[in-house]
Ligand binder design. Structure first.
Ligand SMILES: [Zn+2]
Length: 225
C-alpha cells in the first residue's frame, strides 16, 4: 500500500497540470520552468534603490520582457492566480532587503474603481497585497483606500494631465484608519510608472493625517528613475 502514493503522484500531476499562462506549455506550477526563469531574470539587484525618494519606493523587478508580459497576462487575461508567484517574490525581496528603519506598516492596496473591478473580476493590487501580507505577516487593510472617481486610462494622457486626472480619485476609509492612527501605510501596486497614481493616493492619505511609509510594486520601467 505504501507504494501507491509514489506511483500515483505522476499520474495525479498529469491531471493537475494546466497551460503555462505565458507559453501554453503544460505545467504543474504557476509558470512553466522556462518562463519562470525568464520572469525571474527581470528581478532587480537593489530593490530598495528608490527608497530614499520623496515617495520611498521598493520594486521587485524591471518592467520589461517576460515580467512585463506576465503582469499584462495577470491583469488582462483573467489569471488572478499569478498574484501568488509575483506576490511571493515581492514579499521575499521585502523580507531580505526591506529598509531596516522601516516601522511595521499597515498594507493598503491601490484600489480600482468598483465598475472597473466588477468588469475584471478582481483588483490585481489587492491580490498582490494579500499574498505579500501572508508571507511578511504585515497587517492588511484591503479597503483602506477607495477609488471614488473613475479616471481615464493614464497612458492616454500627457504627464501634466496625469496628476490632474487623478485629483479626487481616492478616498480614505476613515473608520478603519481611526483604529490605529499612528501606524504608517505601505501602499501596494502592480507597476509604478510615472508615479501619478502613487502621488494621488499619498496626498489623499496625508490629507487625513495618515503617515505613508512608501510603496511596494512588482515592477518599474528602468527609464523612470
Ligand atoms: Zn511557459
Amino acid at each position: 500500500m505504501e507504494r501507491w502514493p509514489s506511483l500515483l503522484k505522476p499520474l495525479l500531476n498529469l491531471f493537475l497540470e494546466s497551460p503555462c499562462p505565458l507559453c501554453q506549455r503544460s505545467t504543474g506550477d504557476d509558470f512553466c520552468r522556462a518562463c519562470q526563469r525568464q520572469v525571474q531574470q527581470c528581478q532587480l539587484l537593489n530593490p530598495q534603490q528608490c527608497w530614499s525618494d520623496s515617495l520611498p519606493l521598493f520594486v521587485w523587478g524591471d518592467y520589461s520582457g517576460a515580467l512585463r508580459r506576465a503582469i499584462a497576462v495577470f491583469k488582462y487575461e483573467n489569471q488572478p492566480q499569478l498574484a501568488r508567484p509575483l506576490g511571493h517574490w515581492l514579499a521575499h525581496s521585502w523580507l531580505t532587503h526591506a529598509p531596516t528603519a522601516a516601522k511595521r506598516p499597515l498594507v493598503v492596496p491601490i484600489p480600482m474603481h468598483p465598475a472597473k473591478q466588477k468588469k475584471r473580476g478582481y483588483n490585481q493590487a489587492e491580490l498582490l497585497a494579500a499574498t505579500f501580507c501572508d508571507i511578511t505577516r504585515l497587517p492588511l487593510n484591503r479597503q483602506g483606500l477607495k477609488r471614488v472617481r473613475s479616471t481615464e486610462a493614464q497612458f492616454t494622457l500627457s504627464n501634466t494631465n496625469r496628476d490632474q486626472n487623478l485629483k479626487g480619485a481616492f478616498q480614505v476609509e476613515k473608520e478603519l484608519f481611526r483604529a490605529n492612527p499612528s501606524t504608517p501605510v505601505l501602499l501596494v501596486d502592480d507597476i509604478y510608472t510615472t508615479g501619478a497614481t502613487a502621488r494621488a493616493a499619498v496626498q489623499t492619505l496625508r490629507d487625513c493625517h495618515i503617515d505613508v511609509l512608501g510603496m511596494v510594486a512588482i515592477a518599474k520601467p528602468s527609464f523612470y528613475k
